[in-house]
Design a binder for this molecule. Structure first.
Ligand SMILES: Nc1ncnc2c1ncn2[C@@H]1O[C@H](COP(=O)(O)OP(=O)(O)OP(=O)(O)O)[C@@H](O)[C@H]1O
Length: 266
């Protein structure tokens, strides 16, 4: 297992938001985390990178390659984030500084992670943009001069820049139209095949679960109610809440089984 979350709880002063959650993610798999809004999916993913607000208290263990990330200092975590574990967020606009070009973003990211040679950074920047299907000339543009789909491609390029082992994608296509979202996920799947990275994918969209996930977990009210292989869960959901979610997803509720061809994905 590349990541094992053991009895993780996240609490505010008022209440336990994530409640003794345990799950394991295998190296190289696409693991989906699905569930109700407010069930704690984003907080759980933020806990992995120690990115929670200071008002939240975390207990449990987050074993990444057998080391407990919760025991790491902020300095240790800065070396892990981006390098070994990287994030792609729904709010891609907020991930970019408006007055910096795309090239400067990629350059800065590499500098922060200790790549000193300017020529090497420039080459990495070109390679990274090309790897996500963008023309290298886009590096001279400012974020507002790119479409949402292009910016999310840049986010993928940045997330993969330092060859992380784990990518955490939190509702990364929500802000895109469905065609752009589909292209972005196809790109992520292609890059995963090429790099072998592991993906923790947070989504509300069962079409994406069906198309990309290997295994998944379903969260409700801060707890995991069911987890397992995609085909098992989609074809034979065990928990009433999973059944309810699946039957509410029109494309799955209509009786289409997990292994059959995609319909109306875009
Ligand atoms: N810093 C915080 N302090 C207190 N409560 C918080 C804090 N951050 C988030 N919450 C609450 O924790 C709960 C879980 O939030 P989280 O963002 O993890 O949900 P989610 O499952 O990702 O939802 P969605 O699918 O809508 O993004 C929510 O009720 C949210 O309001």
């Amino acid at each position: 297992m590349i990541l094992s979350i053991e009895e993780l709880s996240i609490a505010s002063k008022e209440k336990n938001i994530v409640d003794t959650v345990s799950l394991s993610i295998k190296e190289g798999e696409w693991f989906a985390l699905v569930g109700q809004s407010g069930s704690g999916k984003s907080l759980l993913s933020q806990a992995i990178g120690q990115m929670l607000s200071p008002n939240l208290k975390v207990t449990g263990r987050i074993l990444f390659k057998d080391e407990d990330l919760l025991t790491y200092t902020q300095k240790d975590m800065r070396n892990i984030r981006g390098c070994k574990v990287s994030y792609i967020f729904q709010d891609y606009q907020g991930s970019f500084t408006p007055f910096r070009t795309i090239g400067q973003h990629l350059d800065e990211y590499q500098k922060t992670h200790g790549i000193k040679d300017k020529k090497e950074r420039k080459q990495h920047t070109v390679d990274a943009l090309v790897s996500v299907g963008l023309d290298e000339t886009l590096s001279k543009r400012y974020p507002f001069q790119l479409s949402g789909g292009q910016l999310q491609r840049v986010s993928i390029a940045i997330a993969l820049l330092l060859s992380p082992d784990l990518i955490i994608a939190d509702e990364m296509t929500t802000a895109l139209d469905s065609v752009s979202g589909h292209r972005i996920l196809e790109l992520l799947a292609k890059r995963q095949k090429e790099t072998g990275c592991t993906i923790l994918f947070i989504t509300h969209d069962w079409r994406h679960v069906r198309r990309y996930a290997d295994r998944l977990a379903i969260m409700k009210d801060g707890q995991i109610v069911e987890k397992g292989n995609k085909h098992r869960i989609l074809d034979h959901p065990g928990h009433p809440y999973t059944k309810q979610l699946i039957s509410a997803a029109p494309i799955l509720g209509s009786g289409l089984r997990s292994g059959l061809g995609e319909v109306g994905h875009v």
